[in-house]
Design a binder for this molecule. Sequence first.
Ligand code: SF4
Length: 393
Amino acid sequence: MPAVSVLIDSTSPADPPWIRPRAVYLHVPFCAHKCGYCDFASLAGADHLADRYLDALARELSLALDGPREVHSIFIGGGTPTRLDATQLDRLLALVRRHFRPIDGAEWTVEANPGTLDEQKLDVLADGGVNRISLGAQSFQPSSLEALERKHRPEDVSRAVELIRPRFDRWSLDLIFAAPGSTLDQWQDDLEQAISLGPLHLSCYGLIFEKGTALWKQRHAGLVRAVDEEVEYAMYAHTIDRLTGAGLEQYEISNFARDGHESRHNLVYWANDAYYGFGLGAARYVGGARAVNTRDLPSYLRRLEAGLDPSGPVERLDAESRARETSVLMLRRTAIGIGRREFMDRTGYALDALCGSEIARSVSRGWLEDDGERVRLTRSGVFLADSVMSEML
Ligand code: SF4
């Protein structure tokens, strides 16, 4: 295992955004409880390690960066960052400010869960520079929250929003549809309750039974059943119709926002631009090289305490693979899709030389629309996005 003796970032400020990161992700792994569907680098019952974790994160940042970096977007995710107490949150934000200089108008998001927020923590976040909160509501149905093994109650969501609203202009709700046992009526009610809170951004994901999670094991043991495919389809169709009808544009397959409230941080991922990543299990993409940190907390702590690199092997895609990957990521952006000029600038490849025949086939099937400048998923293509994308890859 190599010591972190070389900077991970040898890019220059003049490099384009797909080489030199303008965005940073920091991971906080602590949670009150491990939810049944959760495949993230998160763990419960480890809060006593939080200060040691912040020490390790500080070490990782100072080993990797030789000075402050200018960024357009900061995202602190988890886990549950707001599981940290107010003093620890303050320390985390100071650490971020020491290593990163947000430009004027930069987006700084922190993920939060209902039931972990109070006025003191939100004041620390707002005073420390955070300007956007992403709240993991997931559902307003007691039965779905129970099926997902979420520990908050439906009323905790509106209580959290009441605390967030006076302090932050920008906030988002995350929802999950197709929880085991849920119905279309319940999902429609979820959306109505979410809309009534007035979010400017909503992320709506269909439940995935990720291998190895508690829900995946329950499904394989016959203890829970996935929602029927047609019902899940109807839930997604209703999501698109209802949210766009409420003035929230679908700008990505699972994301909806009022104009100007799109998640700038996630747009970095969907443009295949570079980003820094620090903390347990965090991925980074710097100077064309990708690496992912260990997901094992004791190993992460030990390695950094010994001055060692917490990341796994570095992967470098060849130019064509990177261009293909860029095409499918851009296709996720349902509103703007792939712009031919932007694609050429970012990859050095003409889109049609790379996947012109696959695009033409999907256009003839009605899955893609092509106006000569941009290629976008159609309404029916959005439901088949995985197939369209795998053809392009
Ligand atoms: S709160 Fe989020 S990160 Fe934590 S266990 Fe639940 S789903 Fe996973």
